[in-house]
Structure formats: structure tokens, C-alpha cells
Design a protein around this ligand. Structure first.
Ligand code: HEM
Length: 325
């Protein structure tokens, strides 16, 4: 048995090694801090002011814009492909029909084009807007890297195939994130975005009435919450557009209460609650209840998400919903 000091040094070395492997997997050169410092110094403030004004008009889009960054990066990489309009584009996929905030991106694009035409990509505007929305919801924020180019491929089928589903278990979530070089820890941290925003009945109603194998209520769903949800979503086929807050304690605040909810079995989707039920992620959930840890980890994980599939060649669209002529 090695002495405790040797064990400590070994553990430190292992952590350093893992961190450097993480760093090697990331295309650090593709995106950079202060990317627009010389080409468009006002870009970040113009985007932040516009996004704030749009959220003041419609509070719901704050959560929508955080979700949008995820949906953009997971499909075709972070390239603004989620913004393209047209037949069978990502926007038309069922999974994206409840995505909010497109008008805020368009407004930010118009505002930034007025100060620096043709410089700031739509993919970058999504990344800045997600951070600005988090700050607007009392989150801490992070330094957003810029330099993504906009793509011109967008497919509804790809969005439907590539985005994880609310019925996923921990293994499926771990795999989906690993395919994008995101670790299990980053997956658990990013899921913390469900501290804000809403879900619709059809995304979790199986858990209330038809959970396999018993065809009853999911035993990992808190019974009190299950009864409340049954009142709001009265049947398996109920299809109204009722919105349910995904976090039960402070649903309008970007904080770590999502993880508190999970320890009480108040996660709304299977994909939320599984993070506490699975032994590979349970301790991570417990540690992320620390507000300080969640704040710093979330910013780092969003920076990592923002490097997924980044294109260094391509367009800077002048209208975010259309490829340049
Ligand atoms: C881990 C896998 C994930 C799954 C399975 C998942 C699934 C979902 C589902 C089903 C909804 C509700 C959609 C609706 O009913 O209309 C939702 C909402 C949301 N998701 Fe996720 N999500 C995941 C990860 C993420 C990540 C990584 C982020 C951001 C970093 C995120 C941010 C959000 C936000 C903010 C909302 C609320 C949107 C609103 O209120 O308009 N999600 N998610």
C-alpha cells in the first residue's frame, strides 16, 4: 500500500492528465476569447443590449435562447444551422417546434450589422445570446468565445436524430454527449440549464400513466409532484399547450436548485431524474447543489459545448434565417 502522500500525488497527476486530454480534444484554435475586439469592438454590448430588450418584451425567450445554443451545437455543430428557414430545415423538426427566441437573434443580427456589416456570425450571436440570457436570469455568466462561421446545411431529420430525448436514460445521455467530446460531468452540468424554463405534457406524460414495465406512474417521480402533474396533464393523450416549470423551487432563476429537485425526485423528465438515480452521476448531482461550483462549471461546460463541430470556413450570414445569396 503506497503512503497517503504518494497516493495524493498520483491522484493529482491523474486529474492533470485527464484535464490535458480534455484540452487536447478541444479545438482551442477554432474559437477565441475577445474574438471581435478589433473587428467589431461593440459587438458583445450591442448583442447584450438587444437580447436584454427582447427578453423585457417576452420573458419566456430567455430560457429559449439557452436551449437554442444546445440545439444549434448538437446538430451540425455550432454553426447557426438551427436558424435557417425553409422546407425540412432543423427549425421545422418536431423537437424544435417549441424552441423560442428566434426574433431576439434576428434583432441582434440587425443591430450588429448596423455597426459592423458582415463581421459577426449568427452562430456566435447564438452563443453570446445564451450567456446574456443566463445573466438576465441572475446567473453568473462566462466569457464567450467567438469565431464560428455559419453553415449552410440544415436538416429536420438530423435535428430529430441528433438531439437527446426526454425519455433517455443515463447511458444514452452519456453516449450522446461523448459523441461530441463532452464528458459525463459536462453532461450533468449542462443539464442544469433545466433550472429555468418549461416543458410540455407530451414530453413526460408517459411517466404519469404508462411507465414501463408496470404501465403505471414512474416510481422515481415524487408522488406529490406526480399527483400535481396529473391534474395539469389529465391523460396520456392530453395535447393542450400547457407549460410546466421544469424546476419547482426557483424556476425563473438561473441557480443550482435543479439539483436539489433531483435529490427530491422532482426531476420533470426521465432524462433529468436518471442523473440522480444512476450511480455514475449521483455524486455529481449532489456536488452541483453547491451554487459556486455549478456557476463556474456551467460556464466552462458552455464554452466546451460552444466548440462542438465549429466551422472555420464558411459564411457570415447577413440574415440569420437565410444563407447569403
Ligand atoms: C441532456 C439532455 C437534454 C434533454 C433530453 C432535454 C430535453 C428538453 C425538453 C424535452 C425540453 C422541453 C421542451 C418542450 O416541452 O417544449 C427542454 C427544455 C429546455 N432545455 Fe433541455 N434537454 C437536454 C439538455 C439541455 C441542455 C444541455 C440545455 C442547455 C445548455 C438545455 C436547455 C433547456 C432549456 C433552457 C429549456 C426550457 C426552454 C423553454 O422554456 O422554452 N437542455 N429540454
Amino acid at each position: 500500500m503506497a503512503p497517503p502522500r504518494t497516493l495524493y500525488m498520483l491522484r493529482t497527476l491523474t486529474v492533470l492528465l485527464l484535464l490535458s486530454v480534455d484540452a487536447m480534444l478541444m479545438p482551442a484554435f477554432a474559437v477565441q476569447d475577445d474574438f471581435y475586439q478589433t473587428s467589431c469592438p461593440d459587438a458583445e454590448s450591442v448583442i447584450a443590449n438587444t437580447v436584454n430588450a427582447e427578453i423585457d418584451k417576452n420573458f419566456k425567450i430567455a430560457a429559449g435562447l439557452i436551449r437554442m445554443a444546445f440545439h444549434d451545437c448538437f446538430v451540425e455543430g455550432c454553426d447557426g444551422s438551427v436558424l435557417l428557414e425553409g422546407e425540412d430545415t432543423e427549425r421545422t423538426a418536431e423537437i424544435n417546434l417549441t424552441l423560442l427566441g428566434f426574433e431576439a437573434i434576428d434583432a441582434a443580427e440587425t443591430a450588429v450589422e448596423a455597426v459592423c456589416p458582415g463581421v459577426v456570425s449568427c452562430a456566435d450571436i447564438i452563443a453570446y445570446a445564451a450567456r446574456d440570457s443566463t445573466v438576465k436570469l441572475n446567473g453568473t455568466g462566462w466569457v464567450v468565445q467567438g469565431g464560428r462561421k455559419d453553415g449552410n446545411v440544415s436538416s429536420a431529420a438530423a435535428a430529430q436524430n441528433d438531439l437527446p430525448l426526454p425519455t433517455f436514460d443515463a447511458s444514452q445521455l452519456i453516449d450522446a454527449f461523448a459523441q461530441r467530446n463532452l464528458s459525463t460531468q459536462q453532461m450533468v452540468v449542462l443539464s442544469g440549464a433545466h433550472t429555468v424554463g418549461v416543458g410540455h405534457c407530451n414530453k413526460f406524460v408517459e411517466r404519469l400513466y404508462n411507465f414501463s414495465p408496470t404501465n403505471d406512474t414512474d416510481p422515481t417521480l415524487n408522488a406529490t409532484l406526480a399527483n400535481q402533474l396529473k391534474l395539469e396533464c389529465p391523460s396520456l393523450t392530453f395535447n393542450e399547450t400547457i407549460e410546466i416549470f421544469m424546476e419547482t423551487i426557483t424556476p425563473g432563476q438561473f441557480d443550482s436548485n435543479y439539483y436539489v429537485d433531483l435529490t427530491r425526485q422532482n426531476g420533470l423528465f426521465t432524462s433529468d431524474q436518471t442523473l440522480f438515480e444512476d450511480s455514475r452521476t449521483q455524486q455529481l448531482v449532489e456536488s452541483l447543489i453547491s451554487e459556486q461550483l455549478f456557476d463556474s462549471e456551467f460556464g466552462e461546460a458552455m464554452r466546451a459545448l460552444g466548440t462542438v463541430g465549429v466551422k472555420t470556413e464558411g459564411q457570415v450570414r447577413t440574415i440569420c434565417s437565410q444563407v447569403n445569396a
